[in-house]
Design a protein around this ligand. Structure first.
Ligand code: DGL
Length: 266
């Protein structure tokens, strides 16, 4: 059986990348809803309808669990999907809780899409963990567009981020939460702009840990030695329902994994 992982686009590969490191014996279906990206500038109702289509695809493709590797889709649609589908659905949320803990009293900036920033789910999370009122929310919609067109480290990206971050006294911040899976591709540019001691954090590791925990609790975690080496043959990639088979497309996916591997250490 498969683990389904999906996002509006290439951001979800962040989660897949982490899953391949932590759960190397599983089979994966990765689905990017490229035809409908971005989700973050759509309405909640639109995103619920799109996520529902993807969930139907996942359940028709032998998935034992589905990870919504998109903070936006999780905020807008995870609860609705859990009522509708009987398989475990794991969502990714901005890592606000660990960020507040690790910032040691300094401020925390949470960057996400406009829909995530608007959604009650994030506001409730902040209310629960931010007693000292240290958290600020920032929408960065253009980063998703840059990522989807493969523009990761240009002058335009740097200018956009410099401008967006110029409103904050960055030396009063301890943590930057990457609250959109697309944002991980830009860690090198963030690193250039942020003071040295501002740490970046995202939710993928916690989400994969939760996935493992849930699979274990239902005896569905693959512990065996079915795959000795990391390779992409046990991941099937789909773009809005169409399987990627062309060497050129798969090569692009490999390059995205390589970029994410580099970004891990920043
Ligand atoms: N990658 C998604 C997230 O984590 C959203 C990107 C989009 O706007 O489609 O929120």
């Amino acid at each position: 059986m498969n683990i389904g992982i999906f996002d509006s686009g290439i951001g979800g590969i962040t989660l897949l990348h982490q899953a391949l490191v932590m759960l190397p014996n599983e089979n994966y279906i990765f689905y990017a809803d490229t035809d409908n990206a971005p989700y973050g500038t759509k309405s909640k109702e639109q995103v619920i309808a799109l996520v529902d289509d993807v969930m139907r695809f996942m359940t028709a493709h032998d998935c034992k669990a589905v990870v919504i590797a998109c903070n936006t889709a999780t905020a807008a649609a995870a609860d609705v999907m859990r009522e509708k589908y009987p398989i475990p659905i794991i969502g990714i949320e901005p890592a606000v809780k660990p960020a507040v803990k690790e910032s040691h009293g300094k401020r925390v900036l949470v960057a996400a899409t406009p829909l995530t920033v608007r959604e009650e789910k994030l506001h409730n999370l902040v209310k629960r963990v931010d007693d000292a009122h240290l958290v600020d929310l920032l929408a960065l919609p253009k980063l998703v567009e840059f990522a989807e067109r493969g523009e990761f480290a240009s002058d335009e990206v740097e200018q956009y981020l410099k401008n967006a971050l110029s409103k904050y006294a960055l030396d009063t911040y301890g943590e930057l939460v990457l609250g959109c899976t697309h944002f991980n591709y830009f860690k090198d540019t963030f690193r250039k702009i942020l003071p040295k001691d501002v740490h970046m954090i995202d939710g993928s590791e916690g989400t994969v840990r939760q996935l493992a925990h849930i699979l274990e609790s239902i005896n569905q975690l693959e512990l065996g030695n079915a795959h000795n080496e990391k390779n992409d043959t046990r991941v099937r990639y789909f773009s809005s329902g169409r399987e990627l088979k062309e060497e050129q497309e798969l090569e692009y996916v490999r390059r995205l994994h390589e970029r994410l591997e580099k970004m891990r250490v920043l």
